[in-house]
Design a binder for this molecule. Structure first.
Ligand code: FES
Length: 160
């Protein structure tokens, strides 16, 4: 990860107002802004770590904790709400044992809510990474979670 961060910082060398673009690139490449990244950026951009946190926390887009392997987004927009996604959200929270903005203890899943995923015809809608799961229901959740569990098991078999 250190090399990735160094590469990103270097790509913005000499740029005025590069802090936000650097933070955006780090988050895109690494998934979050680590303490290690903040220290490296502070050293290079010559801004204190405190100032970097001050700027970054102003923008809701930045996260400072490692995300889960798979991000589950539950739409709570009007169409999805009307078609029962609040109950789906409650069910997902219960099954995973986490709240919005949290990740499971094994880092496998993160959970977020969004106001509209732009596919209201599929309501109630839940996404996992880039996959859309329309007409979502608790039964689908079981299948989806087992799909990702199998993928992980498959990946571990390949590593052996
Ligand atoms: S309200 Fe859920 S996709 Fe638009």
């Amino acid at each position: 990860m250190q090399k990735t961060i160094e590469k990103i910082i270097k790509s913005h060398e000499g740029e005025k107002g590069s802090l936000i673009p650097i933070l955006q690139d780090v988050q895109r490449e690494c998934g979050y802004i680590s303490e290690e990244a903040v220290a490296a950026i502070a050293k290079d951009v010559k801004i204190s770590e405190h100032e970097i946190y001050g700027v970054a926390t102003f923008y809701a887009q930045f996260r400072f904790t490692k995300p889960g392997d798979h991000l589950i987004k539950v739409c709570v927009g009007t169409a999805c709400h009307v078609r029962g996604n609040s109950l789906n959200l409650m069910h997902i929270k219960k099954i995973l044992g986490i709240d919005e903005g949290e990740i499971t203890f094994d880092y496998r899943f993160g959970l977020e809510t969004v106001n509209c995923l732009g596919a209201c015809a599929l309501a109630p809608l839940v996404t996992v990474d880039d996959e859309y799961y329309g007409n979502f229901s608790p039964i689908k959740l079981k299948k989806i979670l087992s799909k990702y569990a199998k993928e992980k098991a498959g990946a571990e078999d390949e590593e052996d």
